[in-house]
Design a protein around this ligand. Structure first.
Ligand SMILES: [Zn+2]
Length: 83
């Protein structure tokens, strides 16, 4: 058995930025992680937005401001630390 290879160049779509929909901050880290809240809802019959899909992304700063402004206390669980 022998292996044969071909050399070719392929185009790939690489995520370049994820911007906050409130302030425009790029939420993509240098390690290619997205540090943002993605919020989405598909509204159905009987709602004021029947048949519409709404979504937005917020950076950590805008998320924090939003939760304080709305008086939301998010449930917070820590991950990745020693147990
Ligand atoms: Zn923001």
């Amino acid at each position: 058995m022998s292996y044969h290879y071909e050399r070719r160049t392929e185009e790939v779509n690489r995520l370049k930025a994820v911007t906050c929909d409130k302030c425009g901050t790029d939420c993509l880290t240098e390690w290619n992680n997205v540090e943002a809240l993605h919020c989405a809802a598909s509204w159905g019959y009987g709602s004021p937005f029947d048949g519409e899909h709404h979504s937005f992304d917020l950076c950590a700063k805008c998320y924090d401001e939003w939760t304080v402004k709305l008086g939301i206390l998010p449930k917070i669980d820590c991950y990745g630390g020693p147990e």
